[in-house]
Design a protein around this ligand. Sequence first.
Ligand SMILES: [Mg+2]
Length: 251
Amino acid sequence: MKKSVILDNSVKKKLKKIKFIILDIDGVTVPRGTKIKKISNNLSIRIRKVPRSEIKKIKKLSQKGYLIGINSGRGLYMLQDMFRSVLDSLVITYENGSATWYKGKVHQHVNSFQKLKKLRSELEQVQHENIKGFEPKEFIITIHCKKRVKKIENIVDRYKGIYWIWNDEAYDIGIKNKQTKAKGLESVMKLLKLKKEQILFVGDNYNDISIGKKVGIVVSADKSRLKGDIYVNMHKKKFPAEQVMDLFLEK
Ligand SMILES: [Mg+2]
């Protein structure tokens, strides 16, 4: 079979130690771009379907003894919906490291309620033609916008210790150094007794940067936003997640 990703020998060596494969969602498992619309009290969000071929490969890798993780900014309800048929095989860390779902149990890593409640109500007051809507989230704040909205940035900047990340479709807002994918991963490593060199992460965006130092191998699906040990491209037929899973299935 033709290999889609070319690897040098040092990376190949590191690949042999990997036990835990973590996938980001947007731009890695499914294409980027969330469709969200709010008309008065009706909120609609299009949930992207994970390709069948990816689901099959998650199953196969799990049968081979690999642990598969999701580490995403999205909410749990949506991730469960996307991966319903393989939930048995997954460790789901969601809302930028705020919590992890594993075997039906939720492990909350941070309590952001007090720190974000005032900010959230302030942000809800902002009226701007570029604001599309708030994505339902439990621990972080995600506001979808057509373009950057300076007013949102200014409000968040007035709060100490709170970050905002603009990823070209939405703002993720959360507690600095606490609601990060890296913090979520740290908790998962403790929970499952995993070492850095056993972990590979596939990501594509700014909210993935924090995870880079915590894992043995970083695969980046967007050179301009995330540094990686391996680079893959977003192909129409085979998304980055699948290209990486193939590395472990072709062996
Ligand atoms: Mg992403």
